[in-house]
Design a protein around this ligand. Structure first.
Ligand code: ATP
Length: 233
């Protein structure tokens, strides 16, 4: 397994939010985490990126531990988080944002700038536009594109569909599919379970900081409990 999370307990200022969470992500696999508001989805991704304090359990990426406070080192090893707020360099152009992304590459083979622009053609047209002047959907694409420039082995996306129309959401999900085809694993958090379960290979349902259900995404999409709680019955 590329990522192994074993009984992880983590939270903020001594307050435990994740209560013994276990999950795995394999090579070239798309795994979804779904769950209600406040279930701990974002906290999970931040903990995996080394941004949240761990109180117990273990996180291993490519066989080596991921600890708290080492997020830049974790990214250099190829575990990259695209946060919900996208964290772009707003005053820089699309092109410069992409260049900044390639600094973490460390000799790993990955997407070239031309390939990234092929994946998101709108960014080619907007190459010299400042990031902060673009629409939410375009900024989301740029945030993913910038992460790809760092040659991730596992890309973590926190609610990439936030603020996007259904059409743009499908464009982003289509890109995720293409990213996986290139051998990169994707761990994707979404509140909207309906669409993401069609995209993912496997999924975990989070409830109050632990895994309530897990399995093949197609099976979960058919599960009565999921349908009732997240897909409107
Ligand atoms: P959402 O879809 O609303 O983002 P989520 O499933 O991603 O939900 P989290 O954002 O991980 O949930 O939040 C889980 C819990 O952790 C919530 O109770 C939240 O208030 C708390 N929390 C999140 N961030 C912090 C923080 N920086 N400091 C303290 N508590 C936090």
């Amino acid at each position: 397994m590329l990522l192994e999370v074993d009984e992880l307990r983590a939270g903020y200022h001594g307050l435990e939010i994740l209560h013994g969470l276990s999950l795995t992500v394999g090579e070239a696999e798309v795994v979804a985490i779904v769950g209600a508001n406040g279930a701990g989805k974002s906290t999970t991704l931040k903990a995996l990126a080394g941004e949240v304090r761990q109180y117990g359990g273990a996180v291993r990426f490519d066989g080596r531990p991921v600890g708290h406070g080492r997020s830049h080192l974790v990214a250099r090893r190829g575990l990259m988080l695209v946060p919900e707020n996208r964290a772009l360099f707003g005053s820089l152009t699309v092109e410069d944002n992409l260049r900044m992304g390639s600094w973490g590459r460390r000799g790993r083979e990955g997407f070239s700038e031309a390939e990234v622009l092929e994946l998101f053609p709108i960014l080619r047209e907007r190459r010299s536009q400042r990031a902060e002047t673009m629409s939410g959907g375009q900024q989301q694409m740029l945030a993913i594109a910038r992460a790809l420039m760092g040659a991730p082995r596992l890309l973590m996306l926190d609610e990439p569909s936030t603020g996007l129309s259904p059409k743009l959401t499908w464009d982003v999900f289509h890109a995720v599919h293409a990213i996986r085809e290139r051998g990169v694993s994707v761990l994707i958090v979404e509140q909207n379970a309906g669409q993401v379960l069609k995209l993912a290979d496997r999924a975990y349902v989070l409830e109050s900081g632990s895994v309530a259900l897990e399995g093949e995404a197609v099976a979960l999409a058919d599960d009565e409990r999921i349908r009732a709680a997240y897909l409107g019955g």
